[in-house]
Write a protein that binds this ligand. Structure first.
Ligand code: F6P
Ligand code: MN
Length: 356
């Protein structure tokens, strides 16, 4: 039996003891989140055994409504986190408006924003999904938060993390000093520290983007991807590998372990949407984790964590991962915005430039 393993519970207690301003409410909230994630992991792992739940909201033969797994995950997060007296409000991808803590529960000083089941379009094909969460402090004196109270830049996050429901169930977390990964040991029912102090490798040659959107990308992104595809014959002088899981949690975990770049950039597919991913409960928590692991996260033009949110479900372009690759992309955006044309050889189109 392994001795002296650090469980998630032990880790967050030790973090509280080490903090200059210890806050048992933060520890209690993190504990509620880990419990919620265990319940969600269980529901996800049943997969086809609760087939109708896994596909969509349906009505069963008794006329009862059966819920889609993302709705189940949302309900688990709400129920588990609202009773602890640590929160005064929650916001979720599944709910148009902030969720008020029910009157029978005590109110706390934190706000929780979450994506209950990221990558849920992958559920029917049994690919890794996850829960993403971001913890903010409610402004002083606020007990009944409204949308405006959630509209804080990512730099204000107290903690951020995500759970993975894949071959292993995991939680990855940052409290603002490093990134730590825990694997669920089902025999003892505890998330256990398996990936302490994660650092994104700087030198890697992998990128992730939904290439079917290529015709909608901006020139700097096309330019970057074309150079990667050229491999050792091109300016990069090395062969690249491409990955696309279509589950942000899985992509970010891969980047934490192996490095590389993840992009869901600005595109022209739908001009009403400046990006696909949501700022408050996808981009911000993932950006905090990536930065804390030594990487970088940008829209291409602005550090994601610096954005002042304008709406609860705001979408943003996301480019994150190994720092040098992110910086290269920022440089290409700057050159493009300055009107500088950069020549490159696109394998499909021969010699061309950013503008042509
Ligand atoms: O939550 C949005 C999301 O599912 C991400 O997890 C993932 O990166 C992306 O959408 C997948 O997008 P697409 O369907 O374009 O591949
Ligand atoms: Mn999502």
């Amino acid at each position: 039996m392994p001795k002296g393993r650090t469980t998630f519970s032990k880790f967050i207690i030790e973090e509280e003891l080490r903090a200059s301003q210890p806050d048992p409410h933060l520890t209690a909230l993190l504990n509620d989140i880990q419990t919620a994630c265990k319940f969600i992991a269980l529901a996800v792992a049943r997969g086809g055994l609760n087939a109708s739940e896994a596909v969509a909201t349906t009505t069963n033969v008794q006329g009862e409504e059966q819920k889609a797994l993302d709705v189940i995950a949302n309900d688990i997060m709400l129920a588990q986190c609202e009773q602890g007296g640590t929160l005064c409000g929650m916001a979720s991808e599944e709910m148009d408006e902030p969720y008020p803590i029910q009157a029978e529960h005590r109110r706390g000083r934190y706000l929780l924003a979450f994506d209950p089941l990221d990558g849920s379009s992958n559920l029917d094909v049994n690919v890794t999904v996850g829960t993403i969460f971001s913890i903010l402090r409610a402004p002083d004196g606020v007990c009944d938060p409204t949308v405006e109270h959630f509209l804080q830049p990512g730099t204000q996050q107290i903690a951020a993390g995500f759970a993975l429901y894949g071959p292993c169930s995991m939680i990855v977390i940052t409290l603002g000093s490093g990134v730590h990964g825990f694997t669920l040991d089902r025999e003892i029912g505890a998330y256990t520290l398996t990936h302490p102090s994660m650092r994104i490798p700087e030198h890697t040659r992998e990128f992730a983007i939904n290439a079917s959107n290529e015709r909608f990308w901006e020139p700097p992104v096309r330019h970057y991807v074309a150079e990667c595809i050229q491999g050792r014959e091109g300016v990069r002088g090395e062969d690249f590998n491409m990955r696309w899981v279509a589950s942000m949690v899985a992509e970010v975990f891969r980047i934490l372990v192996r490095g590389g770049l993840f992009m869901y950039p600005r595109d022209t597919k739908d001009l009403g949407k400046p990006g696909r991913l949501r700022l408050l409960y996808e981009a911000n928590p993932m950006s905090m984790i990536v930065e804390q692991a030594g990487g970088a996260a940008t829209t291409g033009r602005e550090r994601l964590l610096d954005i002042a949110p304008a709406a609860l479900h705001q979408r943003v372009p996301v480019i994150l991962g190994s720092k040098s690759e992110v910086e290269r992309l920022i440089g290409y955006h700057q050159a493009y915005d300055r009107g500088e044309d950069l020549a490159f050889d696109a394998p499909l189109f021969n010699a061309r430039t950013m503008f042509r």
